[in-house]
Design a protein around this ligand. Structure first.
Ligand code: MG
Length: 158
């Protein structure tokens, strides 16, 4: 049995916050607004795993009204969802993800993101793809008002 899931997330870019994507803190003059660490890539992957399991979404499992998740490390939320998958008999086959970000350049950090995500997903880095696209200076990502991410995940049982 295989199951596929899709995830998407967007956070606004604001001054005075760290920029965390895929569990990696990236030097930049702005960071992502949010209740948790606002790691949009991690959130998209987490939602993709939940989607594959048809178990709702990240907001339902980790409500942003719950003080326990204030400044939460999103890799830990992903780890919790992967435990849920394992408990229902599923493991990760592979993940493919896009980050839509005008600036800063993601390339120096992609390898570390793949490694962190693979650890949280309890899989091999070779099964985790992360790509980055600019938005050609248009739209909220292109105007550097926000960063978004999308992900697909394949799970298999047995
Ligand atoms: Mg989010």
């Amino acid at each position: 049995m295989i199951r596929i899931g899709i995830g998407y997330d967007l956070h606004r870019l604001i001054p005075g916050r760290p920029l965390v994507l895929g569990g990696v803190t990236i030097p930049h003059e702005k960071g992502l607004a949010g209740h948790s660490d606002a790691d949009a890539l991690c959130h998209a992957v987490t939602d993709a795993v939940l989607g594959a399991l048809a178990l709702g979404d990240i907001g339902g499992h980790f409500p942003d009204t719950d003080p326990r998740y204030g400044n939460a490390n999103s890799l830990q939320l992903l780890e919790a969802v992967v435990r849920l998958a394992h408990n229902t008999g599923y493991r990760v086959v592979n993940v493919d993800a896009n980050i839509i970000v005008q600036r800063p350049k993601m390339q120096p950090y992609i390898d570390a993101m793949r490694q962190r995500l693979a650890e949280a997903l309890q899989t091999d880095k070779a099964r985790v793809s992360v790509k980055a696209k600019t938005n050609e200076n248009v739209g909220p990502e292109g105007r550097e008002e926000a960063i978004s991410a999308e992900a697909v995940v394949l799970l298999e049982s047995g």
